[in-house]
Design a binder for this molecule. Structure first.
Ligand SMILES: *Cc1c(COP(=O)(O)O)cnc(C)c1O
Length: 369
């Protein structure tokens, strides 16, 4: 059930039109390859079913989740979609995948053998080959053995060859071309099998990385796929919350747990009811880990988060903010047009991926389109 905004404290707004625009941008970029969408971890915190429906309407047909339960949720929303489960075939669960028409991305000969026995040529799957990240996937020798067993491939219903980039966000990293070359060499073992290599950053590495199907994730949700460069994507997530109280503090007074910030002059402090339990990481506490202090925006003016981030609250120095705007009940922008998930990521020393997937569960969630 959705939470009423007036009772939830903070409102998370997901702009589905911007999400679709981001998917179209990447689709054009990989064309004529197909553009799918990675919607694992509840659509990077944005709501897997809502995201999947919006992208389906825009023409997206292929979706990637991590786990079979995530796949079932998307299946219930989209009866016709193609859904791949990236974590492979969980041991003993082939019947569940078959019942919900989920395609495992098979990561090992064990996965593949179990799937082939259950599917017996009647259900499809991808095979995931490792090209250097050393995470999931067949190694080169295992892939060669598989390629020599046409009957096993038929029983496993193989319809896609995929691999995953380790450093796609760094276009100067030579491992990208190296992985692509290894992937292309493996493709030669499986003539005619469609291929997929690029995640969102990979789609920015040029046509040689597009193959037949792209699997973008983070960029759809507005995260910057290009480390250290301007973000080509539209923001999707905004977060607003009202000021709960404004208090005056005297010069020298400490604010928050441990008094890690002290007023240098008589100051006004606004308290907003969002904290680390809502995904506003404690690492954003004054003075923040990188490029700090972390800020919010009040009526278009930036104001710094001072003191420690608590579980349910932050304290903001509004001494320099218009009094009319910095008062009980006025709305503060925590994420939105002026503050991005990548800003939060820098302030807290992490990635937009972790910010998005840490977004809290007690927000009122609103979808705009
Ligand atoms: C998460 C994931 C993706 C999407 O990655 P982004 O960097 O968010 O675009 C694609 N493929 C695999 C195998 C993944 O695990």
């Amino acid at each position: 059930m959705s939470v009423p905004p007036e009772l939830a404290g903070a409102t998370l707004t997901i702009d589905l039109a911007a999400l679709v625009e981001n998917w179209r941008t990447i689709s054009r970029q990989v064309s004529p390859a197909e553009c799918g969408a990675t919607i694992k971890a509840d659509g990077y915190g944005c709501g897997a079913c809502e995201v999947a429906r919006a992208l389906w309407e825009a023409g997206c047909r292929t979706f990637f989740v991590a786990l079979p339960m995530e796949g079932k949720q998307v299946r219930d929303a989209l009866p016709q979609a193609i859904i791949y489960v990236l974590d492979g075939l969980l041991a003993g669960q082939a019947d569940f995948y078959i019942a919900h028409d989920l395609r495992p991305s098979l990561v090992s000969p064990e996965d593949l053998g179990e799937w082939a026995d259950a599917a017996d040529g009647n259900h499809k799957a991808a095979v995931h080959v490792d090209t250097g990240i050393n995470r999931l996937g067949f190694d080169r020798a295992q892939a060669e053995t598989l390629a020599g067993d046409k009957e096993l491939m038929r029983r496993a219903g193989l319809c896609l060859l995929m691999s995953h980039l380790a450093s796609g966000d760094d276009e100067t990293n030579p491992s990208n071309a190296d992985q692509r070359d290894r992937f292309n060499a493996l493709r030669n073992l499986f003539p005619g099998l469609p291929a997929s290599l690029a995640n969102a950053p990979g789609t920015f590495l040029g046509p040689a990385f597009a193959h037949d199907l792209a699997r973008p994730g983070v960029a759809l949700y507005g995260g910057n796929p290009l480390t250290g460069k301007p973000n080509p994507m539209q923001p999707v997530v905004s977060l607003t919350a009202p000021i709960l109280q404004v208090r005056d503090v005297a010069a020298g007074d400490g604010v928050g747990y441990g008094a890690t910030w002290r007023a240098e002059r008589p100051s006004r402090i606004a308290i907003v009811g969002v904290g680390y339990a809502d995904g506003l990481l404690r690492a954003m506490s004054w003075p923040a880990l990188q490029d700090g202090p972390a800020k919010v925006s009040i009526a278009g003016q930036p104001a710094p988060i001072v003191g420690r981030v608590s579980m349910d609250m932050i304290t903001i120095d509004v001494t320099g903010t218009d009094r009319d705007h910095a008062c009980r009940g006025t709305s503060v922008e925590l994420l939105g047009p002026t503050i991005s998930v990548d800003d939060w990521a820098r302030w807290s020393g992490t990635l937009s991926y972790e910010i998005l997937t840490s977004l809290g569960r007690r927000y009122a969630k609103v979808y705009s389109s």
